[in-house]
Design a protein around this ligand. Structure first.
Ligand code: HEC
Ligand code: HEC
Length: 311
């Protein structure tokens, strides 16, 4: 009896602790850096953002990156809104310095020190790619121009707060410059694209809850699919197994078949791939080939994913 009460008191204490602690804060950056923008960087950043950032940040109401309600994130994480990342000084990211933006993208720590548990952390991205993203955010492209849509604060669930205590942590800021990947080494380049840049593993591993942004290969069910994702109407769509398992993954897929799925969203004998799998039409032939080559080398996982669920 006393034991039950003691356990209960501890449990209530722990919940209260999580509620009060909330989403943690960390020291802010003291970096100083100034990014030299070039037309090449802006174009590269635009391509990266189209595949990586705008899916979460673009609003169909404003046609700008003013943020939106993320109906497509599992509700167990809370009610989450992405923020206004237009150049607006008041409502957007106009107050962020270059260094603060780079620090947030690499570590997940925002300008005010609070942690962003939702976004992938880009600790291993090349300096050139990181600078390209920032140059794009500061460019004259229409979707990043200032807009005064206010942010809606995120209402994180207890589970999210708990995960921030045990699993979701900032990534280390790199201690030396990071060069662009060697594009003649297909495997290394493919890994860079799938893991460090486009974060394919975040959706294609078993579950957001067991992702390891710091050591991606340690994420539960790495590339084995089955993660519970939602489309924009909140219907369940499971991610596909894209390990080289012949039976349940893409082990038997030719490069052409893979290319069609990845860039056009078209699959053999089946309906087109559904949101949130976007056609990655901007990938170059070389990028597709590198991604394909790398995925052929990840550990095979036998995991049959039900594709078309009734909901
Ligand atoms: C999975 C969805 C998702 C992706 C992908 C994503 N973001 Fe975010 N982002 C969010 C959410 C949700 C927030 C608001 C929560 C927070 O900041 O704590 C946010 C916040 C931000 C902020 C902070 C704004 C502020 O006012 O402090 C910046 C800057 C940002 N994102 C930039 C980017 C860039 C650049 C990319 C692409 C490299 C990106 N995001 C990709 C979901 C996403
Ligand atoms: C936002 C989550 C998300 C991201 C990011 C993502 N995928 Fe997907 N992917 C999915 C979902 C969900 C499906 C299944 C769609 C369906 O069943 O209609 C899928 C399907 C696929 C398929 C088809 C597999 C099959 O068996 O039909 C391939 C190939 C694929 N993704 C490769 C990739 C690659 C490579 C990347 C990174 C460049 C990537 N995906 C990024 C969610 C994502």
């Amino acid at each position: 009896m006393w034991l039950v009460i003691a356990v209960l008191v501890l449990a209530i204490g722990f919940v209260a602790f999580l509620e009060i602690r909330g989403i943690p804060s960390y020291p802010t950056t003291t970096l100083s850096l100034k990014i030299e923008s070039t037309p090449e960087k802006v174009a590269n950043g635009e391509k990266i953002a189209a595949m990586l950032c705008n899916g979460c940040h673009l609003s169909t109401q404003t046609n700008k990156v003013t943020g939106r309600l993320m109906l497509d994130l599992p509700k167990e994480f809370g009610t989450i809104h992405s923020f206004n990342i237009t150049q607006d000084k008041e409502y957007g990211i106009g107050k962020y310095s270059d260094a603060e933006l780079v620090y947030l993208l690499r570590t997940g720590i925002k300008r005010d020190g609070s942690f962003n548990p939702v976004m992938p952390k880009f600790a291993k991205l090349s300096d050139y790619d990181i600078e390209s993203i920032v140059s794009y955010l500061h460019s004259d492209r229409p979707e990043v121009q200032a807009n005064n849509t206010p942010n809606v604060e995120c209402d994180y669930s207890l589970l999210s707060k708990f995960l921030c205590l045990v699993a979701f942590k900032p990534s280390e800021y790199p201690d030396k410059p990071i060069a662009n990947p060697d594009t003649t080494n297909l495997l290394a380049y493919g890994k860079y694209l799938c893991v460090d840049l486009y974060a394919c593993y975040a959706c294609h591993s078993a579950d957001f809850k067991t992702l390891d942004y710091v050591n991606p290969e340690k994420s539960g069910g790495f590339f084995g699919g089955g993660n519970h994702l939602l489309d924009l109407e909140g219907r369940l769509v499971l991610s596909a197994n894209i390990t080289p398992d012949e039976e349940t993954g893409i082990g038997n897929w030719s490069l052409e078949r893979f290319d069609r799925a990845l860039r056009s969203g078209l699959v053999q004998d089946g309906p087109a791939l559904r949101y949130p799998m976007m056609p990655h039409a901007r990938l170059s032939d070389l990028e597709v080939k590198a991604i394909y080559s790398y995925l052929k080398t990840v550990p095979k996982l036998k995991n049959k994913v039900e594709r078309h669920l009734e909901s």
